[in-house]
Each structure stands twice: as structure tokens, then as C-alpha cells.
Design a protein around this ligand. Structure first.
Ligand code: GTP
Length: 335
């Protein structure tokens, strides 16, 4: 069976991390996030196309050498065609029922249950759905039994037809491709699903975990989920003897830490915390927190430094940056 992973977006909501790397390669638990998605596809999905526009070569090169255990072809999209246009462009190469996955979502969806549901309903298309407390940042569905009757993208909270949101995982019959115009940007969520809602679009709600890692809060939620599901650990040669380590953390061998680490902290290779405090955050490779520095709810970019006594909260610090001594980088929370 074949799958298309749409991984070509600009990832503006993860800037500045995505100024110089595609979102698919933003490290999540020290691995490009697209690898977590490939991991969860069963072996029966033996051919995967990864559709990329932005920074295509980076994705191609990163996946070229990865041991993936199946055929994975990174396909260049010369200009961004949107989430549906990217799939249409591969139409000639797709046969039979195929899967489409967003490249920025972490989940525990069972592919085999999803496929069994799709086949049993003889659906034209099936969208995996997940229940969330606040559906307003997502695509929200209205249902009649298992049929999706409405598809509303990012509704105002009081106008959401339910709390079931598009999980970014689809199973399609080839006829879906007939609903997508060729060679122009087309959005699956805004243009194709509303059309399919009258023709056999089913929804498959699943429980377990799901998180959209394309925003800072979603990225950190994805990090916590993966830490809680077997991703935590402290390398035997990590120098953490002088640190108070609390809750789920991932600290590789060549890190040195003192101060307070955790809960929910991922350190990349060669990270250093010198009597600092870090919680609910990821430090990418080579990042450092110097004496008394505090990092909460944030991502610290590669080889960046949080200086002595500086505070970083709810923020993304880009690669190679230095937050000066005593500075405060605190993003205002949205109301
Ligand atoms: P933002 O700029 O932060 O909204 O991110 P994004 O551009 O990645 O958009 P969004 O999160 O809505 O995209 C959902 C999924 O579709 C992600 O995996 C994107 O990489 C992918 N995607 C979005 N637009 C395109 C596109 O034009 N082409 C391809 N191939 N993939 C896309």
C-alpha cells in the first residue's frame, strides 16, 4: 500500500527554527520529527512519497541515509501546491486505496483499525478524528453517524459543530483525485473536504494521543507525549550528578547538567546546563544555559546560549543566538 506524507509547508508558526530547516526536520526527542511519523506506519505501507516544496534538498538528503525499511521517495514540488495539490501531483503514481498523512502530527492512531473502518464503510474518503477541548485552532467536523456532513476550518469556539477535529490522517480511494484540480494550489481542508462531504466522507474518531507539533505549544505537547511513551532516559555517561532531575527527561551521554532539570525536558547532544533551571522545554544540540538561567515552556536553538540569570519563557530561541546576561525573553500568552 502507498502513502503520501505532505511535508512541504513553510512552518511559519515554528519560526525562527524553520527559517533554516524544514519543519519535517525539526528535532523532536533528538530525531527529525518526520521519522516519528514514518515509524508508526506499518510495514504493509511499503511505498511512501514525501511531498516537499520548502527546503526540499534538506529533506531529501536527511532521508537518503536513514534506515527506513521501506521505499521512501522525497518528491520535489516546484511551487507550493497546498495540502491537496501536493497529492494530486502524485496522482499518476498512486494505485488503489492510499493514505495521506500530514508531516507534523504525532499520534497513536492504529493504521490497521483505521483501514478496517474505511473498508467496512466502503468510504470514498475517511478522515481520522480526535477529540480536543478547544477545537477552534483546527478543522472541526459535524457528523451524522459516521458520515462527515460539515467541515469547518478554524471556527470561532462557539461556532464549532463538535469537539472532533481533523487529525491530519486520511485514507482515500483514487476517485478523490478527480475532485482536486491539477497544477494549482488546493487546500484539502478548505476546498476538498467540504466538497467530499456530500459524496461519502467518513470520520474515524480514535482515542489515545494526538498532537499537532506545528506550533510551540503543540511541539511541547508532542515532546511530553513521546517522553511519557518510552522516550525518556538519561545516558549512562551524562554528567548529571549535581543536578536535581525531576519527572520525564531525555539527556544523552555527552551532556553536562547542574541545577534543576525537569519535568519534560529534552536535551540534544552536547547540551550544558550550569546551575540553571529548565522545565517543559527542548534544548537542541549544543545549547547551553549558564549560571542561574531559567528556561520554561521553550525551545532553545542549536548552539544557542541563555546567559547567566536570563529567563526564557514560552518562546523559541533561534539557532546560534545568545540571550544576554539577565535578559528576559517572555512571550505574552494569548488571551
Ligand atoms: P504554518 O506556516 O505554520 O501554518 O505551517 P505549514 O505551512 O506547514 O502549514 P500546516 O501546518 O497547515 O500544514 C499541514 C501539513 O501540510 C504540514 O505537514 C505541512 O508541511 C504540509 N503542507 C502545507 N502546505 C503544503 C504545500 O503547499 N505542499 C506540501 N507538499 N505540503 C504542505
Amino acid at each position: 500500500m502507498q502513502a503520501v506524507i505532505v511535508a512541504g509547508g513553510l512552518g511559519t508558526r515554528l519560526r525562527p527554527l524553520t527559517f533554516n530547516r524544514p519543519k519535517a526536520l525539526v528535532p523532536l526527542l533528538n530525531r527529525p520529527q518526520i521519522l516519528h511519523i514514518l515509524d508508526r506506519l506499518p510495514k504493509s505501507v511499503d511505498e511512501v512519497f514525501v511531498a516537499v516544496n520548502y527546503l526540499y534538498e534538506r529533506v531529501r538528503d536527511a532521508l537518503h541515509d536513514a534506515p527506513l525499511g521501506r521505499t521512501v521517495e522525497v518528491v520535489e514540488e516546484p511551487n507550493p501546491l497546498g495540502t491537496a495539490g501536493a497529492v494530486k501531483r502524485l496522482g499518476d503514481r498512486l494505485e488503489g486505496t492510499f493514505a495521506v498523512y500530514n508531516g507534523d502530527v504525532i499520534d497513536s492512531l492504529s493504521f490497521s483499525d483505521f483501514l478496517a473502518f474505511h473498508r467496512k464503510r466502503r468510504a470514498l474518503a475517511t478522515v481520522a478524528l480526535h477529540e480536543v477541548e478547544d477545537p477552534s485552532p483546527f478543522g472541526v467536523v459535524g457528523m451524522d453517524g459516521t458520515r462527515i456532513t460539515r467541515f469547518v476550518e478554524k471556527p470561532a469556539a462557539q461556532e464549532a459543530p463538535s469537539h472532533l477535529v481533523n487529525a491530519g490522517r486520511y485514507l482515500f480511494e483514487p476517485e478523490v483525485l478527480d475532485e482536486i484540480p491539477a497544477d494549482v494550489p488546493v487546500s484539502m481542508e478548505r476546498e476538498v473536504f467540504p466538497k467530499l462531504a456530500t459524496k461519502g466522507l467518513h470520520g474515524y474518531p480514535f482515542t489515545g494521543y494526538w498532537s499537532d507539533a506545528g506550533t510551540l505549544s503543540g511541539y511541547l505537547a508532542s515532546m511530553s507525549i513521546l517522553l511519557a511513551n518510552g522516550g525518556a532516559g538519561v545516558g549512562p555517561r551524562a554528567k548529571v550528578g549535581r543536578a536535581k532531575v525531576d519527572g520525564a527527561v531525555l539527556i544523552p551521554d555527552d551532556c553536562v547538567a547542574s541545577g534543576r532539570i525537569g519535568p519534560n525536558v529534552v536535551m540534544g547532544p552536547r547540551c550544558r546546563v550550569d546551575d540553571g533551571t529548565v522545565s517543559n522545554s527542548t534544548m537542541l544540540e549544543g545549547a547551553a544555559i549558564e549560571a542561574g538561567g531559567v528556561v520554561r515552556g521553550s525551545v532553545i536553538g542549536e548552539d544557542s546560549t541563555v546567559g547567566p540569570g536570563a529567563v526564557v519563557e514560552d518562546s523559541i530561541v533561534g539557532d546560534g543566538a545568545r540571550v544576554g546576561s539577565g535578559r528576559r525573553v517572555i512571550r505574552e500568552r494569548m488571551a
